[in-house]
Design a protein around this ligand. Sequence first.
Ligand code: ADP
Length: 372
Amino acid sequence: MYRQNDTEMRVLVLAPKGRDAALLSGTLVEAGVSVQVCTDTEMLLRMLEERASAALLTDEVLSATAVDKVGEWLLRQPPWSDMPFIVLTSGAVADAPRVARAHQLQALGNVTILERPVRPETVESATRVALRARMRQFEIRYRQAVLSRANADLEQFAFSASHDLREPLRTMAVYSELVNKRYGTVLDSQGKELLDVIRTAALRMQDLIDDLLVYVQAGENDGELPEAVDVAKPLGKAVSNLSALIGQNSAVVNYNGLPAVRMREVHLQQLFQNLIGNALKYRGEESPVVTISAELHDGQWVFAIHDNGIGIAPEYQKQIFGIFKRLHRTDEYAGTGMGLAICQRIVERYRGRIWVESEVGRGSTFFFAAPA
Ligand code: ADP
């Protein structure tokens, strides 16, 4: 649970008429709210930078310049912040331009307009609602900070773990190889087999660690969406990397007319490589036919990677996206169980989602949504 400090809790009051300022701050102070009276827009903006819970203004301060400056500040807020503003307007016809400017501000942020004459109770209640909303925002900011720290810790851990674990694994692999070379003639076939088990296990652990690192890195997020890239390029690279597998399986990969999406090329390539690679690996009796298409839904491109492979039973269709989750033994199908987990982490980093529709023996279609 997050605890606000005093600076964050205060309500900024900007009312050029001394009487209004006294009245407004008086009402709030009496209600137990901490108030900072500002003398002009500059001071208000300065105080906003130093954090506050809400701002209470009268429309006399809303000159065109002030609206520009406050509007700019509203748009510059970090994603967690939606600073509540309360603006008291006048009902008089002569004040119409200022009222229009209050509405202009309302289009840019969390602005409540109260038309005067207004009762003190109304000001107090609007302020309480604003404070409550702001507290939720602080809570979100706090949780986000905790999460991104945890993510950074996980990343750091994965880096050092993969580095530190790699060394002894290499030693195991190299030394079992050496034993085989030097003492191969002394060992009987069972001895050699046992040695091979050690070497295979070391190599497998190496693969698992490598994939865990890829997984952690796939989640790094700076919150910004990149410029749109044409999907054809990373998809082409993925297909080219899989060309040997495609040839061995006499497979066909179909796609054309795919859109541009706001994801990094390297992530798109990773997604397609994992999904098409799986479509080839989990093939059925017939030669694999993989079809990739995309449709626009609610402002997102939803890609579909369809195959004619072995399919997945309904009870496993969610589980398979879990870390190290696999449905087969390594001697049936090689793999670490990280491919789909990596895909999910990439897609979620762009606020998309990934899922599968499938029937055993009738192929699978993996879908993922990407920002248009
Ligand atoms: P891996 O392939 O290394 O096991 P993944 O995370 O890529 O790991 O896949 C998890 C599991 O999902 C696989 O073990 C497999 O059982 C199932 N799976 C993934 N893609 C397909 C597919 N196209 N057809 C059938 N099963 C699939």
